[in-house]
Design a protein around this ligand. Structure first.
Ligand code: PAF
Length: 305
């Protein structure tokens, strides 16, 4: 594994070579089948583009652990409900490709919508767990859209590992369940959230905020910190801790409180009594942009200023 082309050499590689850009699944399958056929481990980083440091940390993890890395860029219409921000979701493929080139990513899969969902497409993948909770409740059909596109991305890329961010913890749980239940042979790796210096979790959607909205959005990470602070002070009631997180968001002017949950990380159900494993989930609407965040009660975000 310490061969020049192996993962050890890949750690932190910056070759400034453009990734091979692929737009059809058959071509991607041929490429990655060649790699896996010669014993190389393929890592996939699924994204919707507008790449930021959070995505690049997933790419870096994939490069450390895999021989070849594919990044997919596809804004998936199936995971947006009517009235959500599918059309306004930020898109900037050229800048994304430049970033991936700088990072020495091997291939970028960026199909057109008609390629992924051609005329007559009629299949939906449904992960039937926790389907009434939090993001599932707020965005009906969202996780089915995610599970469907991730199934197609896994089928096209044939990865041994796939990388997702902790910020989308419920999504990561859905994808892990999908990979396990369907024996897809993909190890799902969940990587820590990357934050700005004030604690705001990086998200492509942050680009849709004004400077004032961006400042207001920091109430999400402050809510996580407040719940963790109370927990550290001895409060274990799930209801009390979620109310404390909710209060922080609710008192931020111009922010719509969506939910705050103190949950068991195994099934995302609210806990009566919190412990060191318990996760806090928060969501809010800022200037019409839906934002989420999460952390374990025992390891809250750290704002550096
Ligand atoms: O997290 C995202 O960016 C998307 O939900 C994903 C996993 C790329 C599926 O479209």
């Amino acid at each position: 594994m310490a061969e020049p082309d192996g993962p050890a050499a890949g750690a932190g590689r910056r070759l400034a070579t453009a990734p091979r850009v692929i737009t059809v699944p058959k071509e991607l399958r041929q490429l990655t089948a060649g790699w896996t056929g010669s014993g190389q481990l393929v890592g996939l980083v699924p994204t919707m583009g507008s790449l930021h440091a959070g995505h690049m940390s997933l790419v870096a993890a994939a490069q450390r652990e895999c021989d070849k890395v594919v990044v997919s860029i596809f804004v998936n219409p199936l995971q947006f409900a009517k009235g959500e921000d599918y059309l306004s979701y930020p898109r900037r493929l050229d800048a994304d490709l430049a970033l991936l080139a700088e990072q020495g990513v091997d291939a970028c899969y960026c199909p057109q919508v008609e390629t992924v969902y051609p005329e007559g497409f009629a299949t939906r993948v449904l992960v039937d767990a926790g389907s009434e909770l939090w993001e599932s409740a707020m965005r009906p059909g969202h996780f089915s859209g995610v599970a469907t596109v991730v199934s197609k991305l896994f089928a096209a890329a044939g990865p041994g590992r796939a990388y997702f961010g902790e910020k989308d913890a419920q999504q990561a749980a859905v994808v892990s369940r999908l990979a396990k239940d369907l024996d897809l042979g993909v190890e799902v790796s969940v990587c820590p959230t990357v934050r700005d210096p004030d604690g705001l979790a990086l998200s492509s959607r942050n680009q849709l905020l004004s400077a004032a909205g961006y400042r207001a959005a920091r109430c999400l990470s402050r809510a996580l910190i407040e719940a963790a602070r109370r927990f550290a002070a001895g409060v274990v009631s799930g209801a009390e801790l979620s109310a404390a997180a909710a209060q922080v968001i609710d008192s931020e002017p111009g922010v719509r409180f969506d939910y705050a949950g103190v949950v068991d990380p195994a099934d995302f159900r609210p806990v009566i009594e919190a412990n060191g494993e318990t996760r806090v989930l928060v969501a809010a609407g800022v200037e019409g942009v839906h934002l989420i965040d999460t952390s374990l009660l025992a390891s809250p975000p750290r704002a550096s200023r």
